[in-house]
Design a protein around this ligand. Structure first.
Ligand SMILES: *Cc1c(COP(=O)(O)O)cnc(C)c1O
Ligand SMILES: [Zn+2]
Length: 413
């Protein structure tokens, strides 16, 4: 409602709020800008940033859709912020919170960016949408496209987890598998969008409306912590719009006079695909595409080939927030999945447990101290990718009698 224009994060050039995907002068990433002064002048803070609850559209004044009739919702968001007890004790972090994004309509946070981008497609009267996805955006986009009855065409890497593909197929998406890593799917969505006029809803930094939805995580955390801002937010990071969006949300809260600080942001990647971490450790700009993606955390296996600038923008934000970037191993990620499930009863997919894995290291190094407040964003549900969780596990089958049961090793691990 208070959105004003798209602005290039590189050179500052501005554009109307229609389907632009990058700056035509410098190729930079476009971002939605708002008239914060008018927003503040004309509304009370409680109306601008109400309590967390069902639907991202309770924050509509800070989202780039004006026509209420175009706002599409599947009752996403409003996910719980859980104060961790058991996990907190194991890790030695006294104020650990879990933002449980597995509770979204499609089981992943992607419902936030997708609901905004699909609403924009409706507002712009687009007749079809497309996207590249590592799986969760596919499931989400398929669901929202079904809700508004727009055809959607989705490109995913060949090895995408079956639960994600199934979700999208059942919702009626036209699914196309592309050989190679995620960047090949990204390329195909771009080609198809140009050729057929489908709106491109790929949830990297390509669609400038999508990552506005990610901001709402910050508003919810702020409200759920009783008007406080955490010291740290740890986010699994692919191209990085989620970590960028959450930071933007906290900056907005500060600019609106609601808080005096912003959190330090930690972008967590995996050792088998860590282009942002690599550039961050070298101290600056110049993210390079990753060559050989190998990881169990498929949702963050984004090599950024052809859109390395996405990584540069994330590095910029990490530095601005005095944050860090860290890569964890697949083994640490899988241990994180088990830790989270066995201490808090939350079943996450591998990528979603990366912050838990990283927190161990960051505490050990002293980057994060025991007393600081930490939010780990648990981005997606384990049921969409159960294969990795069952690896190396043998579930016995027995005859239905006591003898057979007594023949098993019943010690609890
Ligand atoms: C998409 C995704 C991410 C990464 O989000 P980006 O915004 O691309 O950095 C993390 N976890 C899960 C489960 C995802 O689906
Ligand atoms: Zn530009």
């Amino acid at each position: 409602m208070y959105e004003r224009e798209l602005r290039c994060t590189g050179c500052g050039k501005t554009y109307d709020l229609i389907d632009y995907y990058s700056c035509d002068s410098c190729g930079g990433i476009l971002e939605v800008c708002y008239d914060y002064e008018a927003l503040r002048r004309e509304n009370t803070i409680d109306r601008i940033v109400p309590e967390a609850g069902e639907s991202i559209w309770r924050y509509k004044m800070l989202l780039p859709i004006s026509d209420e009739g175009c706002m599409v919702s599947l009752a996403e968001a409003g996910t719980p912020l859980i104060r961790s007890g058991n996990l907190s004790r194991i890790l030695g972090a006294e104020q650990l919170y879990l933002k449980d994004e597995t509770r979204n309509a499609s089981g992943a946070f992607k419902d936030r960016p997708i609901s905004v981008a699909v609403s924009k497609a409706v507002e712009l009267k687009k007749t079809a949408v497309t996207a590249a996805s590592s799986g969760n955006a596919a499931a989400s986009l398929a669901a929202y496209a079904a809700k508004v009855q727009i055809p959607c065409y989705i490109f995913v890497p060949e090895g995408t987890p079956v639960g994600k593909v199934a979700h999208a197929v059942v919702c009626g998406a036209r699914m196309i598998k592309v050989k190679g890593d995620y960047s090949n799917s990204y390329k195909m969505a771009g080609i198809a969008s140009k050729e057929f006029g489908w709106m491109n809803i790929t949830t990297t930094f390509l669609n400038p409306y999508s990552f506005e939805g990610d901001k709402t995580v910050a508003y919810e955390i702020y409200r759920q912590m009783g008007g406080h801002v955490p010291d740290w937010v740890l986010v699994p990071t692919g191209a990085g719009p989620l970590v960028f969006g959450i930071y933007k949300g906290f900056v907005e809260l500060k600019n609106l006079g609601l808080s005096t600080t912003v959190p330090r942001m930690a972008a967590i990647q995996v050792e088998g695909c860590a282009p942002i971490v690599e550039a961050f450790e070298k101290g600056g700009r110049g993210v390079k595409a990753w060559k050989d993606v190998r990881t169990v955390a498929s949702a963050i296996g984004d090599p950024l080939r052809g859109y390395e600038r996405d990584g540069d923008l994330v590095v910029r934000v990490l530095k601005e927030s005095n944050g860090v970037a860290l890569a964890v191993s697949d083994a640490e990620v899988l241990r994180g999945v088990r830790d989270l499930a066995r201490t808090e009863g939350i079943f996450s997919e591998p990528a979603a447990a990366a912050p838990v894995a990283a927190l161990r290291t960051l505490l050990r190094r002293g980057t994060i101290t025991r007393g600081q407040s930490v939010v780990c964003v648990i981005t997606g549900h384990g049921l969409k990718d159960p294969t990795s969780a069952l690896e190396g596990v043998d579930v016995p089958v027995i005859e239905p009698d006591l003898k057979a049961l007594e023949g098993l090793d019943l010690r609890h691990e």
